[in-house]
Ligand binder design. Structure first.
Ligand code: NAP
Length: 264
C-alpha cells in the first residue's frame, strides 16, 4: 500500500535541508505524500519544496525553524495543526567528533539537547496526535553509533543510543494503536554529517542516502529497528553482541579515530 494511503496525506520531515532528511522528503513526495520541510536554511528548503512538487505532484510547505530555540516545538505543532499529518521523520541532528576532554561544553550541550530532548519531545507530540487520529508513522533517526560506545565521538554515540532506546520503547507502548514507530540506524552515510561533525574527509564515505531512506520506508510498520546495509547489520546484530564489549568499543573508537583530524 502506498504510504499516503496507509498513513495519511501529510508528512513532516525535520532536518530536511540536506542529507537523509532531504532524501526522505523526495522519496515521500514520490510516494504521493505532501511534505512539511523543517530546518534552519530556508533557501535550501524552498529549493527542495520545488523538487518535491515536481517529483510527486504534491504540496510542499516550508517551515524554517531552529529546533534548538525555545518555543520551536510549539511553533512546529501550531504551524502543522491544520494539516492531516500522519507521518513524522524525526531526523534533525548533528555529530561532534574528537576526544571528549577537549570538546567545547556548549557544543556538547547543544548536541545533546537537539539529538535527545528535541528528538524525544517531537516524537511525543506527534505520537499524541497520531494516536488521537487513529494511526500514523514515526521514523526516528538513531544510528549504528547507538549500538556500542563510540570513542572519538563518545557523546554523539550516547545521544544515538538514547534515540534508539526511546524509540523502541515508544514503539512498544503504541503497539495496537495504529501508530508505527521505527528507529532508523544507518552506519556512515554520505551527507553533510561528517563536515558538520568535524570529520577529516568531510564524511563523504559510506552508503548513499537513497538506499538508506528506501530501506527505512520499507521497514516502517514491519520492524521497530532497521540497521541499513549488510555490513552494518553484521556489526550491530552479529559481531557486536558476540565479541567482548571492551573490544567492540576499542574497534569502534579506532574506526572513528581515523576520521578525526590529528590535532583533535
Ligand atoms: N550521515 C551519517 O553517517 C549518519 C549515520 C547515522 C545517523 N545519522 C543521523 O541522521 C540524521 C540526519 O543527518 P544527516 O546525515 O542527514 O546529516 P546532515 O546532512 O548534516 O543533515 C542534518 C539536518 O539537520 C538539520 N539541523 C541541524 N541542526 C538543526 C537545528 N538546530 N534546527 C533544525 N534543523 C537542524 C540540518 O539543517 P539546517 O542546518 O539547515 O538547520 C540538516 O537538514 C541525524 O540525526 C544524524 O545523527 C547520520
Amino acid at each position: 500500500m502506498r504510504l499516503n494511503k496507509k498513513y495519511g496525506p501529510w508528512a513532516v520531515v525535520t532536518g530536511a535541508s540536506s542529507g537523509l532528511g532531504e532524501q526522505f522528503a523526495l522519496q515521500l513526495a514520490h510516494e504521493g505524500e505532501n511534505v512539511v520541510l523543517v530546518a534552519r536554511r530556508e533557501d535550501r528548503l524552498q529549493a527542495l519544496a520545488e523538487r518535491c512538487r515536481a517529483a510527486g505532484g504534491v504540496d510542499a510547505s516550508v517551515l524554517p525553524l531552529d529546533l534548538e530555540k525555545p518555543g520551536a516545538l510549539e511553533s512546529l505543532d501550531g504551524e502543522t495543526a491544520a494539516l492531516d499529518v500522519g507521518l513524522l521523520v524525526d531526523n534533525a541532528g548533528f555529530g561532534y567528533m574528537g576526544k571528549m576532554i577537549g570538546q567545547k561544553p556548549d557544543r556538547l550541550a547543544r548536541m545533546i539537547y537537539l539529538n535527545c530532548t528535541v528528538a524525544l519531545l517531537t516524537a511525543q507530540r506527534f505520537a499524541r496526535r497520531f494516536k488521537a487520529r487513529g494511526g500514523g508513522g514515526i521514523i526516528v533517526s538513531a544510528s549504528l553509533a547507538g549500538f556500542q560506545a563510540t570513542p572519538n565521538m563518545a557523546a554523539y554515540g550516547a545521544t544515538k543510543g538514547f534515540d534508539l532506546l526511546f524509540s523502541e520503547g515508544l514503539a512498544d507502548e503504541l503497539r495496537g494503536t495504529g501508530v508505527d514507530v521505527l528507529a532508523l540506524c544507518p552506519g556512515s552515510t554520505a551527507t553533510e554529517f561528517g563536515k558538520v561533525a568535524g570529520s577529516k574527509s568531510g564524511g563523504q564515505g559510506g552508503m548513499r542516502p537513497e538506499p538508506v531512506v528506501a530501506e527505512a520506508l520499507r521497514a516502517l510498520g514491519r520492524k521497530d529497528v532497521v540497521v541499513t546495509g549488510l555490513a552494518n547489520k553484521l556489526v550491530a546484530h552479529l559481531l557486536g553482541p558476540l565479541l567482548p564489549r571492551r573490544f567492540v568499543t576499542s574497534m569502534s573508537g579506532r574506526a572513528i579515530g581515523r576520521m578525526v583530524p590529528r590535532e583533535e
